[in-house]
Write a protein that binds this ligand. Structure first.
Ligand code: ADP
Length: 286
C-alpha cells in the first residue's frame, strides 16, 4: 500500500540569494491508495515542484513526506526506494527516449533494477499493453513513431517499473484530440487494472473534469481548493478569480444561468449539461 502523507511541506528555491523564491508553503495532504487526482493551477503555482517532492527528486526545505508510512527523505536508501514506488512522467517525456529500439527504451527501468531477463520481458510486454503500443513496434526506433506513440512508449517506460503511484505532468500536452483520448483512456485503464494511485497535472479542465475523482487547486504555492469535481466546479467564479479556466460545459451553464435559465450548481461534463437543460425545459413545459 502506498498511501501518501505530506506534512507542512515548504520549498524555497535559491534560499538566501537575491533569487530566493518560495515555491510551496504549508502543504498538508493525505492521499489514500488508489485515488485518481487532478492537479490544476496557473503557471508558476507550484504544481511541478510539488510532484517532484513525491518521489524525493526535490528535498523539502521544511516538512515531511511519507509514502506507505515511510519518510521518503529519511536517508539515501529511502530516497532510492521511493523512486521504484512513485513513477514520475515529466512533460513531453518523449524527449527523453534515447535507446535505439522501442523495446530497449521500455526495458531501461526494469534493467536498471537488475531484474532477470524473462521478468524484464514480462514487464515490457505488460507496460506496452497498458498504453496500447503494438509489439510489432518493438524493434523500431522510437524516432520513427508518431508523437502520440512516442509519448505512450515513454509512459510505458515508467509503468514498466510497476509504480504504486503514477504521476503525470501534462500527459496530453501538444497531442491531437485522438492522441489525447487514447492517453487518458490508457491512464484510466492502468489505474483500474492495478489499483495504483494516479496523479495528473493538467491545464485542460475538460480532461480533469472527465478523469479525476479529487481535484487539488494550487495558487501561489498553496492548495486553495481540495475536493471532488462537484465541489470544485460548483464555484467557477473562484477558479476564474485565480486565473483558471473552467470546463466547457461549466462555461455554457454559467452563460445560460446569466440569461435566467435555472440550472444546478455543479455542471462540468456535457452529459450533465444536457440532462440539466432537459430538466429545466421540462420544468417550463405545460
Ligand atoms: P508550475 O508547475 O505550477 O508551473 P513550478 O513548480 O514550476 O510551477 O514553479 C513554482 C515557482 O517556483 C515559480 O515561481 C517558478 O518560477 C519557481 N521555480 C521553479 N523551478 C525553479 C528553479 N529550478 N529555480 C528557481 N525557481 C524555480
Amino acid at each position: 500500500m502506498a498511501e501518501i502523507k505530506v506534512e507542512g511541506l515548504r520549498h524555497v528555491y535559491s534560499a538566501g540569494t537575491p533569487f530566493e523564491k518560495v515555491a510551496l508553503d504549508g502543504i498538508d495532504l493525505e492521499i489514500p491508495q488508489g485515488q485518481l487526482i487532478g492537479i490544476i493551477g496557473h503557471t508558476g503555482s507550484g504544481k511541478s515542484t510539488f510532484i517532484q517532492h513525491l518521489n524525493a527528486l526535490l528535498p523539502p526545505t521544511e516538512g515531511k513526506i511519507y509514502v506507505g508510512g515511510k519518510n521518503i527523505n529519511a536517508d539515501k536508501y529511502a530516497r532510492k526506494a521511493v523512486k521504484g514506488e512513485v513513477g514520475l512522467v515529466f512533460q513531453y517525456p518523449e524527449y527523453q527516449l534515447f535507446e535505439e529500439t522501442v523495446y530497449k527504451d521500455i526495458a531501461f527501468g526494469p534493467r536498471n533494477l537488475k531484474l532477470a531477463e524473462d521478468e524484464i520481458d514480462t514487464r515490457v510486454r505488460e507496460a506496452a499493453g497498458f498504453v496500447s503500443v503494438d509489439e510489432a513496434l518493438f524493434e523500431r526506433s522510437p524516432l520513427e513513431l508518431s508523437g502520440g506513440q512516442k509519448r505512450r512508449v515513454a509512459i510505458a517506460g515508467v509503468i514498466a517499473m510497476r509504480p504504486g503511484v503514477l504521476i503525470l505532468d501534462e500527459p496530453t500536452a501538444g497531442l491531437d484530440p485522438v492522441g489525447c483520448r487514447q492517453i487518458l483512456s490508457n491512464i484510466l485503464s492502468y489505474r483500474e487494472k492495478t489499483g495504483a494511485t494516479v496523479i495528473v497535472i493538467s491545464h485542460n479542465m475538460d480532461d480533469v473534469a472527465r478523469l479525476a475523482e479529487r481535484i487539488l487547486v494550487f495558487n501561489h504555492g498553496r492548495i486553495v481548493m481540495d475536493g471532488a469535481p462537484d465541489e470544485v466546479f460548483s464555484d467557477p467564479a473562484r477558479l476564474i478569480g485565480i486565473g483558471l479556466s473552467v470546463p466547457h460545459a461549466t462555461e455554457i451553464a454559467m452563460e445560460l444561468r446569466s440569461r435566467g435559465v435555472a440550472l444546478p450548481d455543479a455542471i462540468y461534463t456535457h452529459n450533465q449539461l444536457k440532462a440539466a437543460i432537459l430538466a429545466a425545459k421540462g420544468a417550463g413545459a405545460c
